[in-house]
Write a protein that binds this ligand. Structure first.
Ligand SMILES: [Zn+2]
Length: 256
């Protein structure tokens, strides 16, 4: 499947993916909306998936459809469609949160040519914002650093992650996050890949790194536990489709 993102379309037929901050479903399928249901004033064009136009709306819910939290669709929808649903939720949230200008308070309106809500009085524009976050697999002597998150209390061990601060490079963020959460210094920081993470409005940017100095001291407000794991003795790890799991699978392929 190929998804081509877009701002405008001449198509009036397609799939509708979101409603009031949740994914829109019939059963587990994002609903296909008939021609008359697409309203270019209300619905946001997301792009085309295999030539089918995809839209999101906040204003109305077609009969027979149910809103569903995006998390319930994780792993249930094909990866590409899940990506479109995540895009739908992010853009409907942006559209709802910027109806008035953050600078002067006047109403805004959508631009017809770019992904922007512009103020009708002062012209100030609001683009959709992403929160970049790094996610890092650290290696030491053939073992990898995995930890249980103290806030989410998920049952699995995962790679360390954290949001990028204003004015920080990705490499500085990797070094700071690992130092803050695990008490160690890292080097040989290398880009691995990236993944949109719609649950937190993030773009996860994956890296591998190597231990350089210091002993592991988990920061208790961030981590319930952190350990070095050999590739043949891993704990429960995150589900497939997550970049954390891709980093761990890559480590096992290289070292297992
Ligand atoms: Zn304004």
């Amino acid at each position: 499947m190929v998804f081509v993102p877009g701002v405008t379309t001449s198509q009036v037929r397609g799939k509708l993916f979101a409603f009031e901050g949740q994914a829109l479903c019939v059963g587990k399928d994002p609903v296909a909306v008939p021609v008359a249901e697409i309203d270019p004033m209300l619905d946001l064009f997301l792009g085309e998936l295999d030539g089918v136009a995809c839209f999101a709306t906040r204003e109305r819910r077609p009969e027979g459809t149910e809103p569903m939290p995006l998390r319930q669709l994780y792993g249930a929808l094909p990866e590409e469609e899940f990506g479109v649903a995540g895009r739908a939720l992010g853009l409907t949230a942006w559209d709802a949160d910027h109806r008035h200008c953050g600078r002067c308070g006047a109403p805004t309106e959508r631009s017809a040519v770019e992904r922007l809500r512009a103020c009708t009085s002062c012209g100030h524009g609001a683009y959709p914002r992403l929160s970049p976050a790094v996610i890092v697999l650290v290696e030491r002597d053939g073992r990898c650093l995995l930890a249980r998150n103290a806030r989410t209390k998920m049952p699995f061990y995962s790679t360390l992650a954290g949001f990028v601060e204003v004015g920080e490079t990705l490499e500085q963020c990797v070094a700071r996050e690992i130092q803050e959460e695990a008490g160690i210094e890292v080097g040989d920081v290398r880009y691995f890949g990236s993944q949109p993470w719609p649950f937190t409005g993030s773009l996860m940017i994956g890296f591998t790194a190597h231990w350089a100095a210091g002993e592991l001291v988990p920061e208790p407000t961030e981590l319930l536990d952190a350990q070095w794991f050999a590739p043949d003795a891993l704990p429960i790890v995150p589900p497939r489709l997550s970049i954390a799991r891709e980093l761990i699978d890559d480590f096992v392929r290289r070292r297992g």
